[in-house]
Design a protein around this ligand. Sequence first.
Ligand SMILES: [Mn+2]
Length: 322
Amino acid sequence: MNNIIKQIGEFISENNNFLITSHFSPDGDNLGSCIAFHLMLKSLGKSSMIVNEDKLVSRFEFLLEDKATAFKQFSEMNVDKKYDNVIIVDTANIDRIGKVAELFSKDVTIVNVDHHFTNTNFGSINFVDGNVASASQLVLQIFKSNDLPISKEVSDAILAGVLSDTGGLKFRNTDIEVISNVKDLMGYGSDMADITNRIFSSMSYSEIMKVNKVTSEIKLYKEEKIAIAYNDQQNNPLEENEPVLMVLNSIAEADVFLFVRRVDTHKLKISLRSDSDFNVSDFAGQWGGGGHKSAAGMRYSGTFEEFEKDVLEKLKIEITRG
Ligand SMILES: [Mn+2]
């Protein structure tokens, strides 16, 4: 592991221009990791750009002062310009970055920094540890071990990532390592309460109204302890999934939570969460999905009614079987 971290340090010192990317439908961990890399490289006088298939989630915008130039959606990019040095964070497999891969040169070097057990080691250098709660902690480890500069801004981005993937230090993945890393980050000047407040208590009125619409129709299956929320993204376009998932997660009567989004005709995207021993990554794997034991994603072709008959029924059976 130490050798891999060293190789990443050399990759950073030997190059000057970087493309940083992560999975589409970005979340706090992925954005925090990308932004931390960008700000750290910038402080070294190196140029870098964050590119994602989707746009920057507004509640994380405060982490990136130069967002207009530093963060681009793939659709804004000139596809003729190719990049040689790529850093991919928080992404289990290369398909998850979508079209951004079209920006890579033929002899691209990819640094893959991730915490998914299912990571396919798609990089040229792979720093993958499925036991850490967030990719942001791996970024911290890389910076610390290579004596790379960690300003308060870099630390804030990492902390935002850690807090996002641990639900504000409330999820089961909040272990001693998380607490120890948070302590380090506070040492670099990050204000826990401030970052927590900014990422968990700052949603626009219109977004809250849209979230409320979804959560008012959550279905609960008491016997199997499943709660499921559904949203038609075309009628009620939510900016992100996390707020609905937080509501699902706080339902005492449920252990397994599903948030199903209709993203196109007959195309569903599903986030699965587990608060018990039930492994949602294995379950989602039956439809080509995956992630972590307690948090996973999958896609489904069909209507919501078909999804209920097919996937939800199977989930009920598997949970009852135990
Ligand atoms: Mn993550």
